[in-house]
Design a protein around this ligand. Structure first.
Ligand SMILES: [Zn+2]
Length: 110
């Protein structure tokens, strides 16, 4: 995933398959692209990357692949990769399945 100092450690594990796919797609456009930041912001994937010298069409494809992944991330449970929606629990936005929303809310209540 390039040498931008970003790591998967800050990304919820349920999103790792999505990120691997994103990485594959971006690598096909630019094998030398660099990731600066990959994290979860308000329950959505935030992915900041820079490509090398791309032409206009490639640059636009690069951006839209990242955007598609961000949209997809809000439908994928952060914990298990299952079908998710967004919940606000303890002032934080979680993108999780119903089961994990219940679990997180239960933990918060204790
Ligand atoms: Zn789940």
């Amino acid at each position: 995933m390039g040498e931008g100092g970003a790591s998967l450690a800050e990304v919820p594990v349920g999103w790792h398959p999505l990120l691997r796919r994103l990485d594959e797609q971006l690598s096909m456009i630019d094998p030398a692209y660099v990731v600066f930041r990959v994290t979860s912001t308000f329950g959505a994937l935030e992915f900041a990357a820079r490509a090398a010298a791309l032409d206009r069409a490639e640059r636009s494809r690069f951006g839209s692949v990242i955007e598609d992944a961000a949209w997809e991330s809000i439908t994928v449970c952060e914990v298990c990769g299952g079908e998710a929606r967004q919940y606000v629990i303890r002032l934080r936005v979680w993108t999780v399945c119903a089961g994990h929303a219940h679990e997180i809310a239960g933990t918060a209540a204790n």
